[in-house]
Design a protein around this ligand. Structure first.
Ligand SMILES: Nc1nc2c(ncn2[C@@H]2O[C@H](COP(=O)(O)OP(=O)(O)OP(=O)(O)O)[C@@H](O)[C@H]2O)c(=O)[nH]1
Ligand SMILES: [Mg+2]
Length: 314
């Protein structure tokens, strides 16, 4: 008999890496019994912006997110912190190029027991990537990591959900993303706690920095104002400033911004629940109504004429 998720959770809590990996796989595919294992971890989940610090890194493909992740990991390790990295690729149904790239870049930490790296692709996900990412962060939290970094490619709606699991979000752009920034300004402002214009060794970086600064400045909402940093992550130029900005945001969350953190976590918990409700309802509907599904497939029944139970199943 393979171990139950609850047994895996117990082993993971005592430091068993293989059990941790298997538990995370259970979370991804929502195997029976995983809900019980996760609810058992509740008392160990963070109740405030303390440990772990959960840092989200997002931005367009190739912007330098993994280079930054690597720098953050190196920095945290130097301070003796245990770090987990969750690399999420919502666009890819496979563990494709981006994730492989992450792997290779982070490979130099592979033998370091203070670092845990996990990639998460869109394949086989029921109940949403953000649901999975959120629950995986909870697991990593419970087993005692000091820092969890969630890297996800893109800056669209899909990534917004994934980034909502983070306490602090770093948006990495490049001079090349200038035009795109216009289109997605509102969305970016919504999620970014720190902006980075990476590859500042290339032309156009200054203009994008000014544009972002102006955008942040014109945002009338009270609270944290996202700083904008120009970096060259490859050479390390400006990276220390970004790390300092991430720490300042963390301090802000602990003080003045505490209500902000509480609200974000509350929303996150509700969203995870609703994702689970939706996933269960979908599974239940697919298992039932087989005749109707055959008619739907044949085109003799409209999707709108399919049964849609509104009762929450027991
Ligand atoms: N010129 C220049 N290249 C950089 C800089 N930072 C990263 N790169 C390069 O840009 C490429 C992409 O870097 P990654 O860190 O993999 O970017 P990413 O955002 O994680 O990419 P995906 O995960 O594939 O979306 C790599 O070849 C890096 O070496 C920089 O500051 N300047
Ligand atoms: Mg990457």
């Amino acid at each position: 008999m393979p171990p139950t998720p609850l047994e895996l959770a117990t082993s993971a809590l005592s430091g068993d890496r293989r059990a941790l990996a298997r538990l995370i796989s259970c979370v991804e595919s929502r195997v029976p019994g995983v809900d019980k294992a996760l609810s058992a971890l509740v008392p160990r989940r963070r109740q405030g912006p303390g440990t772990p610090r959960v840092i989200g890194i997002t931005g367009p493909p190739g912007a330098g997110k993994s280079t930054f992740t690597d720098q953050l990991v190196t920095n945290a390790r130097a301070a003796g912190l245990r770090v987990a990295v969750v690399a999420v690729d919502p666009s890819s149904p496979f563990s494709g190029g981006a994730i492989l790239g992450d792997r290779m870049r982070l490979d130099r930490h592979a033998l370091d027991l203070g670092v845990y790296i996990r990639s998460l692709s869109a394949r086989g996900h029921t109940g949403g990537l953000s649901r999975a990412a959120g629950q995986i962060v909870d697991v990593l939290d419970a087993v005692g990591f000091d820092m969890v970094i969630v890297e996800t490619v893109g800056v669209g709606q899909g990534e917004l959900g994934v980034m909502e699991v983070a306490d602090t979000v770093l948006v990495v752009l490049t001079p090349e993303s200038g035009d795109g920034v216009q289109a997605m300004k509102a969305g970016l402002l919504e999620i970014a706690d720190v902006f980075v214009v990476n590859k500042s060794d290339r032309p156009g970086a200054d203009a994008l920095v000014r544009e972002l600064e102006l955008t942040v400045h014109l945002d009338m909402r009270p609270g944290w104002k996202a700083p904008v940093h120009a970096t060259s992550a490859l050479s390390g130029l400006g990276v220390a400033d970004v790390i300092a900005a991430l720490s300042r945001h963390h301090e802000w969350l602990k003080g003045e911004g505490r209500a902000n953190w509480d609200a974000r976590r509350a929303d996150g918990r509700v969203r995870t629940w609703l994702d689970l409700v939706a996933a269960d309802a979908r599974d239940a509907a697919l298992a039932a109504y087989t005749t109707e599904q055959a008619e739907l497939r044949a085109g003799t029944r409209a999707p709108e004429a399919m049964p849609r139970p509104r009762q929450v199943p027991e």
